[in-house]
Design a protein around this ligand. Structure first.
Ligand SMILES: [Mg+2]
Length: 169
């Protein structure tokens, strides 16, 4: 069950202590798309997020990995120039392997940032990628999905309470 616990948990991508990630030697940040850097309704990345990620890109390589279709990811990412993986099949290692190969870096130098325990955190933890959980942008939308229900059960077992943010575990 430990593999379902993120190393860091913050409210949003804007609350993460990025200088600390740099200090830890992390070089590449993988962001989930839906409910992490954009709401499900947003077709294109908003300016605030684009500016924020572009600024982060001076310190880290930024990659976007989404289980959504190419069409969705391509359009959403159109305001920025980051490498993205669509149909990433998280939580499998497929997209992580692809990113590792492309950038010639180790999993220990990568961080995965996402809103879902099962798709974003579990798979990355299995590869020793640094994991950061954030709250979903639209809290109520996916609450009925199977993943969210499973996540509730897992979080209960792990005593992870949504809203109780922490810097490192
Ligand atoms: Mg998501």
């Amino acid at each position: 069950m430990k593999k379902f616990i993120p190393k860091m948990y913050q409210q949003s991508i804007y609350n993460i202590n990025y200088p600390k990630l740099k200090e830890k030697g992390l070089k590449l940040l993988i962001f989930d798309l839906d409910n992490t850097i954009g709401s499900v309704q947003e077709e294109v990345m908003n300016k605030r997020t684009a500016d924020f990620l572009n600024k982060l890109a001076s310190d880290f390589t930024i990659v976007i990995a989404s289980n959504s279709k190419e069409e969705r990811v391509k359009k959403f990412c159109s305001p920025v120039n980051f490498y993205y993986v669509s149909l990433s099949l998280k939580p499998t290692s497929k997209s992580f392997m692809k990113i590792k190969k492309k950038y010639h870096i180790s999993y220990q130098e990568m961080a995965m940032i996402g809103d879902q325990i099962i798709t974003d955190i579990f798979g990355a933890n299995c590869l020793n990628i640094y994991t950061i959980l954030v709250d979903p942008i639209n809290n109520d939308l996916k609450i009925t999905s199977l993943n969210r229900k499973l996540e509730e059960i897992i979080n209960k077992k792990n005593k992870l309470i949504r809203g109780n943010y922490y810097e490192e575990k």
